[in-house]
Design a binder for this molecule. Structure first.
Ligand code: KG4
Ligand code: ZN
Length: 331
């Protein structure tokens, strides 16, 4: 079985062809075009700019993903229908609907957040349930309990900024370009002690919620009336990364213990953070829980994760019935 996955929920335009053979998923192609350089100039995403770029990219990206693939061999088209930016989602959805009509292929609407988690199933098709999923991206910080494919319970999420958003906003205060997560990770490598000791927000709250906006306020206060230099910027990066990683790991492990899960699945752009990957690996080994984190190129937005989610949660519907759901959460 072969699925074409299309993803355009934020600033990426992505398409991928994924093949399932003997229950194994194999990436045939995975093409991502990003309008990031444009957003770096403005320090964040301007939705109108993102969707206009996606209109330019969508056909060439799909064409490249399909090179070497026979249209006849494609069994279905999976497309992200939410959450995300309305204009961006529409580019992918309307293109997928047109292809579905012209090629006479079923279309599978896919939740972007569930897609991030399913990036883990590529090459690990038999992940054991129950599992805890941690989705950490620029727009989301969510903990979910996955009892089985299609059986998901939301446990908690951020009350304000997402983890990636916190990195990006703090990066802006420090004069780093957007998105600041990777830069903060790199600068933190210059330092080996926690000079600023920023609090890990809500680390002791007895729920699975997060809050990151206070961290931004703490950094604002710290740098007020200070001339920033490389040492200060690296030191703050270290302490910010530590505060964010600590609370993410703490709550994930608490949830894993409470629900006695067999696996933990990470997803989203912040899952590319090596500190988070390494520390969670150490913790899960101690607890004998299997940890799955996608390779870095599958942590950020891509079409392969959307196709993978569709393989396991196949709910094909008539293309006329698909509409963009910018506020979509967990069903
Ligand atoms: O999943 P993603 O590509 O897009 C959204 O759906 O939001 O995530 C992008 C976010 C940005 O906030 C970026 O700063 C963050 O992921 N990010 C990182 C790293 N790489 C990307 N944060 C921390 N460390 C990284 N290495
Ligand atoms: Zn995403």
């Amino acid at each position: 079985m072969i699925i074409l996955g299309i993803e355009t929920s934020c600033d990426e335009t992505a398409a991928s062809v994924l093949k399932k053979n003997n229950n194994e998923l194999k990436i045939i192609s995975n093409v991502v075009a990003s309008s990031l350089p444009l957003h770096a100039k403005t320090g964040g995403i301007i939705p109108e700019v993102a969707s206009r770029e996606q209109l330019k990219f969508i056909i060439p990206v799909i064409k490249e993903a399909l090179s070497g693939v026979k249209i006849n061999d494609i069994d279905a088209i999976a497309v992200t229908y939410g959450p995300g930016l309305m204009g961006s989602l529409l580019v992918g959805i309307e293109t997928a609907k047109t292809l579905s009509y012209v090629w006479k292929k079923p279309i599978i609407p896919t939740n972007h957040l569930i897609g991030h988690i399913y990036a883990n199933f590529i090459g690990n098709e038999k992940i054991k349930f129950p599992a805890i999923g941690l989705i950490v991206s620029g727009g989301h910080t969510d903990l979910i309990l996955i009892k089985n494919h299609g059986d998901i319970k939301w446990l908690g999420g951020t009350r304000d900024d997402a983890a990636g958003e916190a990195f990006d906003k703090i990066g802006r205060l420090l004069g780093l370009s957007y998105p600041a997560g990777p830069a903060i990770e790199n600068l933190a490598k210059n330092i080996d002690f926690d000079k600023y000791k920023f609090p890990s927000p809500m680390i002791d709250s007895k729920d699975f919620d997060f809050s990151f906006s206070g961290l931004k306020t703490a950094v604002t206060r710290e740098i007020q009336n200070k001339q920033l230099n490389d040492g200060i910027i690296s030191g703050i990066s270290y302490s910010v990364q530590k505060a964010v990683v600590n609370v993410l790991i703490n709550k994930t492990i608490e949830a894993a213990n409470k629900y006695k899960v067999k696996s933990i699945l990470l997803g989203g752009g912040v899952a590319a953070n090596q500190k988070l990957r390494d520390e969670l690996q150490t913790k899960t080994e101690e607890l004998n829980i299997e940890l799955f984190i996608p390779p870095k190129n599958l942590c950020t937005d891509n079409g392969a994760m959307i196709a993978a989610a569709a393989f396991f949660n196949d709910k094909a519907i008539a293309f006329e019935k698909i509409s963009a759901k910018p506020q979509l959460y967990f069903d």
